[in-house]
Design a protein around this ligand. Structure first.
Ligand SMILES: [Zn+2]
Length: 325
């Protein structure tokens, strides 16, 4: 499942191709993947709310696109320039299009936008632009790290004061957009052990964590997220963006970039968690969440109690594989 920085990367990538282009025709190959009546109009902008992309049109309508688990957007330009392919990485970035996973085809003046979605959890929805902020998905979104006030964040931590800080920052109703990768990176950069009770962070630590959360996502966006931006060298495999910016995520056994202590992989709130045991020291026992198995499961559930649109079933979570574990 793409995380927020990947969706932002898709937004920036598509922006170059689709702005000021007219939608000439829409072909729906799967009813479940398209909600509402197709519309022909000129694209005026492309925005992002959480993990939803919004394509605004000049007829006061907008297309809301949710990629969910396996969604992909592939733009194939008429001039045979490189394709833009992003979303769930797979072989069909380089396939003939449309293919058997293509659900919606949107023809623009300068090329064709394919919405592929193997598992059909994603969709495109047509809505009136003025009603966008009343959409149940958008209404529920908590502020992202860039938007959140540090005092508000600190107060939110106090409401979950006995939970491990990692579970709290993964809770999309507390702060939107932080997935497993960015939670680990932000905690490392803040020198906070992920098992620390959220309520024991000082105001200064909490403010710094918020800053580092935004910084981790900025670094990922700058390195192109996990999307394949360049079709010419696309081989259907995942990009190496983690190598470019991640300091601890998936680096178990490798030396900490600060102190050279080997990075460890532990479990916190039911999620694989990467730490430097030297830089992220444990606090006195009273400030650490005890890791009894029952509490563990509760916290894991808390971390997964995410708004509609972010929701993932247990089986979906399993299919995320090890990369996001
Ligand atoms: Zn270290």
């Amino acid at each position: 499942m793409p995380e927020l920085p990947e969706v932002e990367t898709i937004r920036r990538g598509l922006d170059k191709f689709v702005i000021h282009q007219k939608i000439q025709n829409t072909t729906i190959l799967c009813d479940k993947s398209f909600h509402g009546t197709p519309t022909s109009a000129i694209i005026t902008g492309i925005r992002r709310f959480g993990k939803a992309l919004i394509i605004d049109l000049d007829n006061q309508k907008s297309l809301m696109i949710h990629l969910r688990m396996t969604g992909q957007l592939i733009f194939d330009p008429k001039d045979k320039a490189a394709r833009f392919a992003a979303g769930h990485p797979s072989e069909n970035f380089v396939d003939t299009l449309p293919n058997k996973q293509t659900r919606v085809i949107i023809e623009l003046e300068n090329g064709t936008l394919y919405f592929n979605d193997q598992r059909k959890f994603g969709f495109i929805k047509v809505l009136d632009t003025k009603d966008l902020r009343d959409d149940p998905f958008i209404k529920k979104l908590a502020p992202e790290p860039w938007q959140m006030d540090e005092t508000v964040f600190y107060e939110k931590l106090q409401k979950h004061k006995n939970s491990p800080i990692k579970a709290v920052i993964l809770d999309q109703t507390v702060i939107a957009g932080l997935g497993n990768i960015y939670a680990d990176e932000a905690l490392f950069m803040s020198k906070i052990h992920p098992k620390t009770k959220a309520g024991t962070l000082t105001k200064k630590e909490s403010a710094n964590l918020l800053k580092m959360a935004a910084h981790a996502m900025d670094l990922s966006i700058e390195s192109g997220g996990s999307t394949l931006r360049d079709y010419k060298k696309a081989d259907g495999t995942r990009g190496d963006y983690l190598d470019k910016f991640a300091q601890v995520f998936n680096k178990q056994g490798k030396p900490c970039p600060i102190c050279k202590t080997p990075i460890q992989k532990i479990r916190v709130a039911g999620r694989g968690t990467h730490i430097c045991p030297h830089c992220q020291t444990l606090r006195p026992a009273s400030e650490i969440v005890s890791m009894c198995p029952a509490g563990h499961e509760d916290l894991a559930r808390a971390a997964r109690s995410v708004p509609e649109g972010h929701a993932e079933t247990t089986s979906d979570a399993k299919e995320k594989g090890t990369t996001n574990d």
